[in-house]
Design a protein around this ligand. Structure first.
Ligand code: PMV
Ligand code: MG
Length: 369
């Protein structure tokens, strides 16, 4: 029997190391899923309806038009959902599954409840992963999510249609959960496969060149701290600047890739050898690599607040900006759990908000039938 009402959750994410470099071939990064979620409630309905109360988008209707879908309103914020729906429908049709209409509601814990400002925890990736999963699940007779590899690859394809330049690290975290070593797929390979009109069911079962997703096991004693700068940042324009820099200054760009890869490898290696001091040092080195990039490319990755955040973290271990920077969150590894409170107090005094997040071991999952 097909399920008529169900709930799916996908976690947000934070980059721990290797951001920007991960956009280049064969560069490692470390990303985590965090225990703040996008929740999708989906149920069969006579009409196709979407509601995202947090965005004041209620009762949006949509219909299938040829290969695409059409909403009754246009809103830039709906683009990711639109592509998640159209990609899922295309995949289901290729598998000769009859498409049912449904009502879908998106709830998010990835914004500050007081100001509604985003934390920068990868909401677009988590939305795509959860919407794709919810739609496939609704159409699945055996009450199971498809494989995580299928969800990941379909979500990447949906994401790529909106934003051509993402590494997919956020989608990997939302899909698989936990600590992940991630190297990005070859974007040109994927764009070419899509451009020549290949079937999704063929593309997703092929190996994707360069893609590596491995679970990491950091030491259980690892003490991660996270603070929000209260300044939302946009990743897209920062990545564009990074790509301009690659074209204008290939030598400094290569140096950055080299520096980043050394510290990410060192970090992963020190996880394996349980070397806490080396973990702290690797994060400091990655901050340094990003600072050099920032200086050479004039990108404003480490804003004044992020600089404060890292300098305060230095008293207890080390810290760095997380992800594209320019605002959002920074992270720190501290030596002693007893120092956490003092760290938080200093961050608060510098107008930042400590976020008491835990790593979500769970990736996308079913919560309720
Ligand atoms: O700021 P965030 O969490 O969106 O992270 C962006 C990370 C980049 O490496 C700069 C881009 C990417 O797609 O990996
Ligand atoms: Mg960000």
């Amino acid at each position: 029997m097909t399920q008529s009402s169900l709930t799916v959750k996908a976690p947000g994410k934070l980059m721990i190391a290797g951001e920007y470099a991960v956009l280049a071939p064969n560069q490692k990064s470390v990303v985590i899923a965090v225990n703040r979620y996008i929740t999708i409630n989906i149920e069969l309905n006579q009409k196709n309806i979407i509601s995202i109360p947090k965005m004041n988008l209620e009762n949006i209707t949509w219909q299938i038009k040829d290969e695409d879908i059409e909403f009754n309103v246009w809103d830039k914020r709906l683009e990711f959902i639109k592509n998640a729906i159209s990609t899922s429908i295309k995949f289901l049709r290729e598998n000769l599954v009859g498409i049912k209409s449904f009502k879908l509601q998106v709830e998010s814990e990835l914004e500050d409840p007081l100001t509604n400002k985003k934390y920068g925890l990868g909401s677009s990736g988590a939305i795509i992963v959860s919407v794709v999963s919810a739609i496939l699940l609704l159409h699945n007779n055996d009450k199971k999510l498809p494989s995580l590899d299928e969800i990941f690859k379909l979500s990447v394809i949906a994401h790529l249609k909106v934003q051509k330049n993402g590494s997919g690290a956020d989608i990997a975290a939302a899909t698989y959960g936990g600590w992940i070593e991630y190297s990005a797929f070859d974007t040109d390979f994927l764009l070419n496969e899509l451009n020549i009109g290949g079937k999704l069911k063929k593309i997703i079962y092929k190996p994707w060149p360069n893609l590596i997703i491995k679970k990491l096991m950091p030491p259980t004693s690892l003490k991660l701290a996270i603070a929000w700068t209260k300044n939302p940042a946009k990743t897209g324009p920062m990545v564009n600047k990074f790509q301009e820099f690659r074209n204008k200054n290939p030598k400094a760009y290569d140096e950055f890739l080299n520096e980043s890869s050394i510290c990410v490898k060192r970090l992963i290696n020190s996880f394996n050898t349980n070397n806490y001091e080396k973990i702290i040092e690797s994060i400091r080195q990655n901050r340094n690599a990003l600072q050099n990039l920032d200086y050479n490319a004039k990108m404003s990755i480490e804003t004044n607040k992020l600089r404060n955040l890292c300098n305060i973290a230095e008293k207890f271990g080390s810290g760095k900006s997380s992800g594209a920077g320019g605002g959002d969150c920074g992270i720190a590894f501290i030596r002693l759990e007893e120092q956490r409170y003092e760290l938080y107090k200093l961050w608060e005094a510098a107008d930042m908000m400590p976020l008491d997040l835990k790593v979500s071991k769970m990736g996308v999952s079913i919560w309720k039938f």
